[in-house]
Design a protein around this ligand. Structure first.
Ligand code: ADP
Ligand code: 5GP
Length: 229
């Protein structure tokens, strides 16, 4: 009766470094084949274990700037001294095929997406506390002390922007946080503004067809009516 929009949704996930964005989204796509995670480009150097084309497309600063000139990015921003950007190419194709696309990006990039695609879903991942955020950054062992402090200072600015997002998920218990993000995406699919068409058949025709196809002789109502006779 209801034909819903076939297009996938654009989902933007932001939050302070160390809050658990990549961990949550990683789990989400593990269990959900209809979600595609966009791989960003960055001028940051790869961390141990990071792979080209899986975690990021790693570019030199000059290469990144060249791609900015070529209008290669849907959005890009500078964060902690490096460039980060979302390649445009595959996003429209995926959305048109009905696949949901997730962008894990910082807040300046999220603002640009809000201007370009206001109907996108904006989710902010919060750490349970500032202390826990520092602990996670330290335990991740990907940044030196100075870089951790730089990221923590940026985190303070970012956390003030939470009200510009549609949803906030506190990542205390990991499974619970993943479940919440999954539920948000599912609930968004049920929004009435995703209805493309209402197919309402003729009421009398439906009743007529129903009466013709069904035998009511043994129905309780008919028995009762028989008794009353
Ligand atoms: P982000 O992508 O937001 O920078 P990560 O996903 O890299 O953050 O997570 C930062 C660190 O915190 C990682 O070492 C990760 O394993 C850990 N982590 C993520 N979620 C939780 C959680 N709910 N409880 C404890 N540690 C977590
Ligand atoms: P990291 O160096 O920890 O991988 O990423 C630093 C920050 O850059 C994180 O907040 C991450 O979400 C963000 N980021 C990653 N890719 C992009 C992107 O394509 N665009 C923007 N604007 N931010 C990004």
């Amino acid at each position: 009766m209801i034909k819903q929009k076939k297009q996938g949704q654009l989902i933007v996930v932001s939050g302070p470094s160390g809050a658990g964005k990549d961990t949550i989204v990683g789990k989400l796509i593990e269990n959900n084949s209809n979600i595609w995670l966009s791989v960003s480009a960055t001028s940051r150097k790869p961390r141990a274990g990071e792979e080209e084309g899986i975690n990021y497309f790693f570019l030199e600063k000059e290469e990144f700037e060249q791609k900015i000139q070529e209008n290669y990015f849907l959005e890009y921003a500078e964060y902690a001294g490096n460039y980060y950007g979302t390649p445009k190419e595959k996003i429209i194709e995926k959305i048109e095929k009905g696949i949901d696309v997730v962008l894990v990006i910082e807040i300046q990039g999220a603002k640009k997406i809000k201007d370009l695609v206001p109907e996108a879903i904006f989710i902010f991942i919060m750490p349970p506390s500032e202390k826990e955020l520092l602990k996670r950054l330290k335990n991740r062992k990907t940044e030196a002390k100075e870089k951790i402090i730089e990221r923590f200072n940026i985190a303070y600015k970012e956390m003030n922007e939470v009200t510009k997002y549609n949803y906030v998920v506190v990542n205390d218990e990991l499974e619970e946080a993943v479940d919440k993000v999954d539920s948000i995406i599912k609930a968004e699919k049920c929004r009435v503004d995703r209805i493309e068409e209402m197919l309402v058949a003729n009421q009398e025709e439906i009743i007529h067809e129903f009466l013709m196809e069904n035998d009511f002789d043994n129905s309780p109502m008919t028995d009762k009516m028989k008794e009353e006779k």
